[in-house]
Design a protein. Structure first.
Length: 201
């Protein structure tokens, strides 16, 4: 008797759990975004990535130029050393030390600039995309939109990536800070005119 009662209770619980799960599944409306697909389709994202790579190449080129200047001066000292006067040789060694310091400083500045540029771009991208996804979720009456990287198997009809790409590319693009021309240094002040003493003074 007890065994039949336990079996009946288990069957009832199973039916309740199944019914609750079915009801919950019917209430949930889920979409997903595939950011790999997004990166291959978004022209705006590709253009931003291209600009960042151009900035990296620009900084690398400037550093290579400074490094070459330092190496050239070092070779010049080695080749011309015996023929140089002591003052000239000491001045060239001093210049070499300055160029080495300038190179290290330029490397640190370039590294900080690129790191900050990438961080700022990621923050802006995340802000814009999250806003777009939130608006699409509301428009389509979805309960949630999930990152596709967290899914093992899903129906492609739930994919809203194309809509996110179109909305993102339609936004106006503002130039990143690093792409704006640096302000020109102020011109040195002209020395004040000195009046020549007149005759008889």
């Amino acid at each position: 008797m007890k065994r039949h009662a336990v079996t009946a209770v288990c069957a009832t619980l199973t039916m309740l759990i199944f019914s609750a799960g079915t009801c919950l599944a019917q209430q949930l409306k889920v979409g997903f975004v595939d950011f790999v697909e997004f990166a291959t389709k978004s022209k705006k994202a590709q253009e931003q990535q291209k600009k960042f790579q151009e900035l990296v190449a620009q900084k690398q080129s400037a550093l290579e130029k400074k490094k070459k200047e330092m190496v050239d001066l070092q070779e010049q000292i080695q080749k011309q050393g015996p023929m140089l006067t002591e003052d000239k040789r000491n001045q060239m060694i001093k210049d070499l030390g300055l160029k080495e310091m300038e190179l290290k400083l330029a490397e640190r500045e370039a590294e900080n600039l690129l790191r900050n540029e990438q961080r700022d771009a990621q923050e802006v991208f995340q802000r814009d995309v999250v806003k777009i996804i939130s608006e699409i979720r509301k428009q389509k009456g979805l309960t949630m939109i999930i990152n596709a990287s967290a899914l093992l198997s899903v129906d492609d009809t739930l994919n809203v990536t194309e809509e996110v790409v179109k909305a993102y590319d339609a936004q106006k693009t503002t130039a990143p800070a690093a792409a704006r021309p640096a302000p020109r240094p102020a011109a040195p002040a002209k020395p004040a005119d000195q009046k020549k003493p007149g005759p008889g003074r």
